[in-house]
Design a protein around this ligand. Structure first.
Ligand SMILES: Cc1cc2nc3c(=O)[nH]c(=O)nc-3n(C[C@H](O)[C@H](O)[C@H](O)COP(=O)(O)OP(=O)(O)OC[C@H]3O[C@@H](n4cnc5c(N)ncnc54)[C@H](O)[C@@H]3O)c2cc1C
Ligand code: FES
Length: 275
């Protein structure tokens, strides 16, 4: 794991929406590139020289770690600066950090992936991981919700996943619009269409905390055990290695002990104001 930023070259850039873009990065140093490995759900600290560093999930395939994709929403100082970069330019990269999705616990289960907004980014790598090892998992259901239909990125990717055996994709937008063929309303409203077998389902969830809270209430009421609901949490970060306390969450650090947690591990503080 790189603790100091390594130089990474931008080798590709995709505009996903007016505010969301994907940067494909390649570590400049050959040895660092050969040694780099990551697990689905981990993140890198992406450093815009002279501006600052932000945590960003790795969305590319863990089996091809030479190219690292990061899908980013331009919201503030660093991410808006990153949005102006073009292929050929360099940024700093350290990572990977954190604990990713519970791959071993998930084996043998039906997997329900529930995401909201750009919460879809931290789950792409785990979806690809499952699809490449299909025999180890049961049914895969992917549910993604957005506020406005135009914020739904990766429509082709979702359409493709929906054609695969034992795989179902359900999309929702709070506000649909004329060309929106999917559900209009909250993401939890499409749970009824999902083939959920509570005793055998493991949930991976990422999105705004209000959405995750509503999702947890809904799924536990259907009989899914809290221990089998995993959340990817977001907090402001600096060191990413459990030293500075910026991401402190009770007795835990989101950077080191998360960002993925089994719900019972964060339940006490989840939705408590100030945490
Ligand atoms: C583990 C982890 C993984 C992440 N993965 C991604 C990803 O794949 N793609 C992506 O676009 N973003 C991701 N984020 C969020 C990203 O780190 C923040 O959007 C970024 O730090 C904002 O920095 P900024 O300097 O551009 O904005 P700032 O100038 O710091 O803030 C601008 C606005 O964004 C809000 N904001 C800042 N940081 C966060 C945060 N961590 N969570 C929610 N709101 C915030 C502020 O409240 C403010 O309203 C992740 C965060 C974590 C902790
Ligand atoms: S970012 Fe420093 S402790 Fe987590």
């Amino acid at each position: 794991m790189a603790k100091l930023p390594l130089s990474a070259r931008i080798v590709g850039r995709v505009e996903e929406s007016p505010t969301i873009f994907t940067l494909r990065l390649r570590l400049a140093d050959e040895r660092a590139r050969a040694a780099y490995r990551f697990a689905p759900g981990q993140f890198n600290m992406v450093y815009l020289y002279g501006v600052g560093e932000v945590p960003i999930s790795i969305v590319s395939d863990p089996s091809g770690p030479e190219l690292l994709d990061h899908t980013i929403r331009a919201v503030g100082r660093v991410t808006q600066g990153l949005a102006r970069l073009q292929p050929g330019e360099h940024i700093g990269l350290r990572g990977p950090f954190g604990r990713g999705w519970p791959l071993r616990e998930a084996e043998g289960h039906d997997i329900l992936v529930v995401t909201g907004g750009l919460g879809c980014a931290p789950v792409v790598a785990v979806i690809n991981y499952i699809l490449m090892r299909r025999e180890r998992f049961g049914r895969l259901t992917i549910i993604q919700g957005v506020k406005h239909a135009e914020e739904m990125i990766w429509r082709e990717r979702y359409a493709y996943w929906n054609t695969l055996p034992d795989t179902r994709v359900l999309l929702a937008a709070d506000h649909g619009g004329a060309l929106w063929p999917f559900h209009v309303g909250l993401v939890t409203e499409v749970f009824d269409q999902a083939p959920i077998t509570p005793a055998n389902t493991l949930v991976m969830m990422c999105g705004p905390e209000g959405m995750m809270h509503a999702g947890i209430q809904n799924l536990t009421a259907r009989g899914i055990a809290e221990e089998r609901i995993y959340l990817s949490m977001e907090r402001s970060m600096h060191c990413a290695v459990g030293h500075c306390g910026h991401c402190q969450y009770g007795a835990r650090f989101v950077c080191r002990d998360g960002p993925v947690f089994a719900y019972p591990r964060v339940k006490e503080l989840f939705r408590v104001k100030g945490y």
